[in-house]
Design a protein around this ligand. Structure first.
Ligand SMILES: Cc1cc2nc3c(=O)[nH]c(=O)nc-3n(C[C@H](O)[C@H](O)[C@H](O)COP(=O)(O)O)c2cc1C
Length: 324
């Protein structure tokens, strides 16, 4: 699929997930074959004020292209200035967050709060389009709360503003992440707009991806929580879309990727933050394995890279011995 003038090698896009889709994880997702990866959401205002943590989220130099940077904000001039900063640092696409349900975000008028003001969405997209030469996309939900599907008006407003593609998560803000994403809503957005639509919500297997593409006629799909501890979902989806059987993931491969992820996270974020950030990822990587709960408790006591890496090795050895 194309987003503006950017040609993606395939339609599997990985979601922005705050606290999850760090650079280290995005690199793994790219290796698994993702057509496009997205950063965690970055506050446009914090970026413009040169907040150190926000600037760190934009350290993209040397990262495999293309990367979409997701910005969060509600002031057209601030968003436009932040978009320029992101493009200067390597963003291939700017995505505008119109879906985040978090109370601290919506109380500022950002994220899914924007779904109630389509006129403002149009202005935001148009301001960012005017500021940068890369494609601009937006990510919406179905609406604030049932039954008002304000997401439809939001999509049309984004298109009027010049959005090059629209990602639709088929849940209301009020649902947060509960219930099921409504893919019929996504299909209706796809019918209503003429720019590419990327469907999102509850894609956990290659079979889910094939089914949702067929049902909606979407141009692309965005994988979210299904990637947690399972970046292989990208590879699986691509194979199944290609009519092939998914490849099994051996325990050795699982541990090798987890170990590499740990090393890279520590290299990029420093030992303290890297180790803390990896606790949840490691818990996800080993979910469902024997004695996983015990190992998770242990991991949560590890403070240095060496301690955690040794714990991983010991756990892998334990599992191998159980197999014999
Ligand atoms: C931990 C977490 C963090 C998220 N952070 C963001 C974010 O920064 N920006 C955004 O647009 N959506 C964010 N989302 C929403 C996802 O991008 C996605 O739309 C949602 O999880 C639905 O897809 P899924 O059912 O495949 O998970 C986040 C979701 C989770 C679980």
């Amino acid at each position: 699929m194309n987003i503006g003038n950017i040609r993606l090698e395939n339609p599997m896009i990985t979601a922005p997930m705050a606290g999850v889709t760090s650079r280290a994880f995005r690199e793994i997702l790219k290796e698994m074959g993702a057509g496009l990866v997205t950063t965690e959401m970055v506050s446009a205002k914090a970026l413009v004020y040169e907040n150190k943590q926000s600037l760190q989220l934009l350290e993209l130099e040397g990262e495999s292209w293309p990367i979409a940077v997701q910005l969060c904000g509600h002031e057209p001039d601030v968003l436009a200035a932040a978009a320029k900063m992101a493009v200067a640092r390597g963003a291939a696409i700017i995505d505008i967050n119109c879906g985040c349900p978090a109370p601290k975000i919506v109380k500022n008028g950002d994220g899914s709060r924007l779904l109630e003001t389509p006129q403002l969405i149009e202005e935001l997209v148009s301001a960012v389009k005017g500021a940068v030469s890369v494609p601009v996309t937006m990510k919406i939900r179905r609406g604030w709360d049932a039954p008002e599907e304000t997401g439809l008006a939001a999509a049309l407003a984004g298109e009027r503003g010049g959005a090059d593609a629209i990602t639709v998560h088929g849940r209301y803000r009020a649902q947060f992440y509960s219930g099921e994403a409504d893919w019929d809503f996504i299909r209706r957005v796809k019918e209503a707009v003429s720019v590419p639509v990327i469907g999102n919500g509850d894609l956990f297997s290659g079979a889910d991806c094939v089914r949702r593409l067929a049902e909606t006629g979407c141009d692309g799909l965005m994988l979210g929580r299904g990637l947690m501890g399972n970046p292989w979902l990208v590879r699986e989806a691509l194979r199944v879309l290609d009519g092939k059987e998914p490849l099994a993931v051996s325990p050795q491969e699982r541990f090798a990727v987890a170990r590499r992820h740990l090393a890279r996270e520590v290299q990029i974020q420093g030992e303290h933050t890297g180790v803390l950030e990896m606790r949840k990822h490691l818990a996800w990587y080993i979910k469902g394995m024997p004695k996983a709960a015990l190992f998770r408790q242990q991991i949560n006591t590890g403070e240095t890279y060496t301690q955690v890496a040794d714990m991983l090795t010991a756990y892998e050895t334990y599992l191998e011995e159980q197999q014999e």
